[in-house]
Design a protein around this ligand. Structure first.
Ligand SMILES: [Zn+2]
Length: 291
């Protein structure tokens, strides 16, 4: 997930109004290197997440940009709250000169904090570091979603299968124009993931990233012509629907629904000392919520 300031503000209200399962934070410990600062409830977790974050940062950059990010660009603070009941992640990328670090909040299990939930958010961070103006929301989520667990992927396929089965296809033009995709909009996530998957059958991952950046700048018809030899969004719509109708039939048995993500920030507790965290944004104590 990625979030805008407006969503953060609305989320602050939601956090107050919506009761959530209790998440106990017994402490906050600190691990740090040139790329990440990790706050977690024990030293081992913080160290593990730090190592996982660096591994994912390298992997995502190599896979989608074709080259690693230099050390320390896109420096990020990661807050981890352990929960066996929730699985939520949120990224707030640098969006003003007053902020020097990206932020990630995770409320999830120990495994997912070192696995799919972390990697989804790291994908947003890598892309936001390379493209500070941000990629279009659908492409950003399409890329990050490739690292999700299979049950989320199955849910999306179930939705696409319904479109194929009923013929009630959504307009790609409207999805491409969405400034953000809110966390409850499963159909938009599904379309983003499916169109991403389709275009990856026609070109490699760095090509997709370049297409997404170009489409935002020059328009989608032009970008489709330049990168995929498709005439227009209308042509993409037709080709995608045909492709999705074919492959989704075989996945009809898949899918079960689960609630997706929001966000909650955790404040460091005094149980572990936290040395001065360089460049921590002032918003650090805000609770927030969003996609
Ligand atoms: Zn996301």
């Amino acid at each position: 997930m990625r979030v805008t300031p407006t969503q953060l503000l609305s989320g602050m209200v939601l956090i107050v109004l919506v009761a959530r399962p209790a998440v106990t934070v017994t402490g906050a410990c600190f691990q740090h290197d040139e790329n990440f600062t990790v706050l977690a409830e024990d030293e081992m977790l913080a160290a593990d997440v730090l190592a996982s974050a660096n591994r994912f940062r390298q992997r995502v950059a190599n896979e989608w940009l074709g080259v690693e990010l230099p050390p320390s660009v896109g420096e990020t603070i990661i807050h981890v709250t352990l929960s066996d009941e929730e699985d939520r992640g949120l990224t707030w990328a640098i969006d003003s000169p007053n902020r020097s670090m990206h932020k990630i909040w995770l409320t999830t299990s120990r495994d997912r904090a070192n696995g799919s939930t972390l990697q989804h958010e790291i994908a947003h961070i890598v892309l936001a570091t390379r493209y500070p103006q941000r990629l279009p929301a659908w492409a950003d989520e399409g890329i990050a979603g490739t690292y999700d667990e299979q049950d989320r992927i199955n849910l999306r396929r179930q939705i696409i299968h319904w479109y194929a089965d009923t013929g009630n296809w959504p307009s790609l033009e409207s999805v491409f124009q969405m400034p953000t995709i809110i966390n409850t909009d499963k159909k938009a996530y599904s379309v983003a993931a499916s169109v991403t998957e389709f275009l990856l059958t026609r070109g490699d991952r760095p090509t997709f990233v370049e297409f997404a950046a170009a489409g935002q700048q020059a328009g989608w018809d032009r970008a489709l012509q330049d990168f995929y030899r498709l005439e227009s969004v209308a042509a993409l719509q037709q080709a995608w629907q045909a492709w999705a109708s074919g492959i989704e039939t075989s996945n009809s048995e898949l899918g079960h629904i689960r609630v997706e993500q929001g966000n909650r920030e955790t404040d460091p507790s005094p149980e572990c000392s936290i040395p001065g965290v360089p460049g921590r944004p002032q918003q650090d104590t805000r609770a927030s919520h969003g996609h």
